[in-house]
Design a protein around this ligand. Structure first.
Ligand SMILES: Nc1nc2c(ncn2[C@@H]2O[C@H](COP(=O)(O)OP(=O)(O)OP(=O)(O)O)[C@@H](O)[C@H]2O)c(=O)[nH]1
Ligand SMILES: [Zn+2]
Length: 347
């Protein structure tokens, strides 16, 4: 007998669709008329126009589509797999219709916060989150990086730390700060590090996130000839980039195996939606020690059994630094009481 579904497995549609009462009339999405629709992948969204790639395997081409009325207010985001009908020829005037959004394997989301009042699904169906930070210019923002990491664990994406501008300053401090988190990292500078990044991206769908000006667009341009992402200039005084990229956009890697999604520079990452158990789940090496915790332990309180467990050495390789990392991330989740602001310094 199937067990009860965990809450995480439910998405918007499950919640809306109630078992029908009385005579069953097929719901819109079950109607057979779109059976012959073409499958596509949304690679860009711009004011109600969706750029989709169809025929990925045989002869990939892009076309523009609008949302069919029957989809109502349902969101369509970059990375979505969709069913398309209508004018599938492509070309400048052709307009297809998105008639269905396939169930999403996952979504990368941010909750509304002070800098962005709208809760957003940023992308769907990715499997890796590349958290990009520069060694300097702009300065790394540890709290923002931690929050991106929490977002990755929450969405079930594998994190990868990508440290840019190592020609200006060595990456050692950053590497050290993330050592206990066991996050794989790569370092890059002009003319170096790209091959390793490429091999990390092969066969995967990766989302690049990071503060404005860290060099995401520069990386995408190097990875995808022809991407022509606008590269901004970092203001020498504020260290701020110019937010040159305005929306998420997806590119196919040259050898056809894998996709990268460039996102606009972020200044914050609202995490109110994140269940702490998703963060804890990213620390399987500490799981055994949690068995002694009081019921409902937040693992960041005096009664938490982890301190003793780690101190006793029963944790194997999971030492105090590892526990401190878990707590750092659990705290990063909270919106209030920020220790280090992730905003730029004033002035
Ligand atoms: N010295 C140095 N400069 C770099 C490196 N990578 C990027 N830059 C420069 O940093 C500036 C910002 O790079 P972008 O690629 O526009 O940064 P971005 O992250 O896409 O910024 P947004 O589009 O605002 O999100 C540009 O002047 C780049 O030439 C690097 O490894 N070393
Ligand atoms: Zn605990």
């Amino acid at each position: 007998m199937p067990g009860p579904r965990r809450r995480r497995d439910l998405d918007e549609d499950d919640i809306r669709v109630r078992p029908g009462r009385g005579k069953s009339r097929p719901r819109t999405k079950d109607r057979p008329e779109h059976a012959g629709a073409t499958e596509g992948r949304v690679v860009a969204v711009d004011r109600g126009r969706y750029t989709c790639v169809v025929d990925e395997e045989a002869e990939p081409r892009e076309l523009t589509a609008m949302k069919a009325r029957e989809l109502g207010r349902k969101g369509v985001v970059v990375g979505d797999r969709v069913a398309l009908v209508g004018d599938l020829a492509g070309g400048t005037d052709a307009l297809a219709r998105v008639v269905r959004v396939e169930p999403r394997a996952n979504t990368l989301r941010r909750t509304a916060d002070d800098t962005d009042p709208v809760e957003r699904v940023l992308v769907a169906n990715a499997d890796q989150l590349v958290i990009v930070t520069a060694t300097v210019n702009p300065e790394p923002r540890p709290r923002l990086l931690d929050r991106c990491l929490v977002a990755a664990y929450d969405a079930g994406l594998d994190p990868l730390l990508c440290i840019t501008k190592t020609d200006l300053k060595p990456p050692d401090e950053l590497i050290e700060a993330y050592a206990a988190l066991d996050v794989p990292w790569i370092a890059s500078r002009p003319g170096d590090g790209l091959a390793e990044l490429r091999s990390r991206l092969r066969g995967r769908t990766s989302v690049l996130v990071g503060h404005s000006g860290v060099g995401k667009s520069t990386l995408v341009n190097a990875l995808v000839p022809g991407a022509r992402r606008a590269v901004g200039h970092v203001n020498a005084v504020t260290g701020r980039g110019r937010h040159t990229s305005s929306s998420a956009i997806m590119f196919r890697l040259v050898d056809g195996s894998g996709w990268v999604i460039d996102t606009p520079g972020v200044r914050s990452f609202g995490l109110a939606h994140v269940d702490p158990s998703r963060v804890v789940g990213a620390f399987p090496d500490l799981a055994a020690g949690m068995e002694e915790c009081p019921r409902g332990c937040t693992h960041d309180e005096p009664e938490c059994a982890l301190d003793e467990w780690v101190a006793s050495g029963s944790a194997g390789s999971a030492g105090p630094a590892r526990l401190e990392s878990l707590r750092r991330l659990l705290r990063a989740r909270g919106g209030a009481g920020e220790d280090v602001p992730d905003e730029e310094p004033e002035g």
